[in-house]
Ligand binder design. Structure first.
Ligand SMILES: Nc1nc2c([nH]c(=O)n2[C@H]2C[C@H](O)[C@@H](COP(=O)(O)OP(=O)(O)OP(=O)(O)O)O2)c(=O)[nH]1
Length: 156
């Protein structure tokens, strides 16, 4: 099944990109960490990254040869200092997002178990959030997750 395509910031001109040229897809593993009280973890993107200061779910790009699960465990350790067993990573949804800087395929995973205390190893801010979220701005590619969480909450 082809995942839906979300076009972010379509009004921005893509510098140096020829319209119609095929773009490589960058795979990204993203963790929706859900605490015992049902809140979920959001992190602000650190300085120096595209969309710095925007709120997102923690995660990052897959490295060569990695699965989504192992990439997510590595990223969560690098960013937050927690240990995650790849076997506890539950694949949830996929979303393609067409940004001016890259075409990314987001592999959203749910996680309810991890070891260790959260640390902010990359200078990012963290927030345990519930719906509706009060932090802003939210990264365009993270917005659909809020809708999916809302839909799930409505189903009970
Ligand atoms: N982590 C994360 N990335 C997201 C989300 N939504 C979304 O569109 N993205 C996009 C933004 C980036 O284009 C890409 C993630 O790339 P990144 O630059 O944060 O990844 P990374 O940590 O591996 O970065 P680096 O090592 O290259 O600095 O995915 C989200 O909720 N969480």
């Amino acid at each position: 099944m082809t995942e839906p395509l979300l076009t972010a910031d379509a009004h921005l001109r893509r510098e140096g990109v020829t319209e119609g040229a095929p773009r490589p897809v960058v795979d990204v593993a993203v963790g929706v960490l859900i605490g015992a009280d049902g809140r979920f973890l959001l992190a602000s993107r650190p300085e120096g990254k595209v969309y710095a200061g925007y709120w997102e779910f923690p995660g990052g790009k897959l490295e060569a040869g990695e699965s989504v699960e192992t990439a997510l465990a590595r990223e969560l350790h690098e960013e937050l200092g927690i240990r995650v067993d790849p076997a506890q990573v539950l694949r949830w949804r996929e979303q393609l997002v067409d940004y001016p800087h890259a075409l990314v395929r987001l592999h959203f995973c749910k996680l309810t178990q991890w070891q260790g205390e959260l640390q902010t190893r990359e200078g990012q801010a963290l927030a345990w959030a519930s719906l509706p979220v009060t932090v802003s701005p939210v990264l365009p590619g993270a917005v659909p997750v809020l809708r999916w969480l809302e839909e799930e909450a409505a189903l009970g």
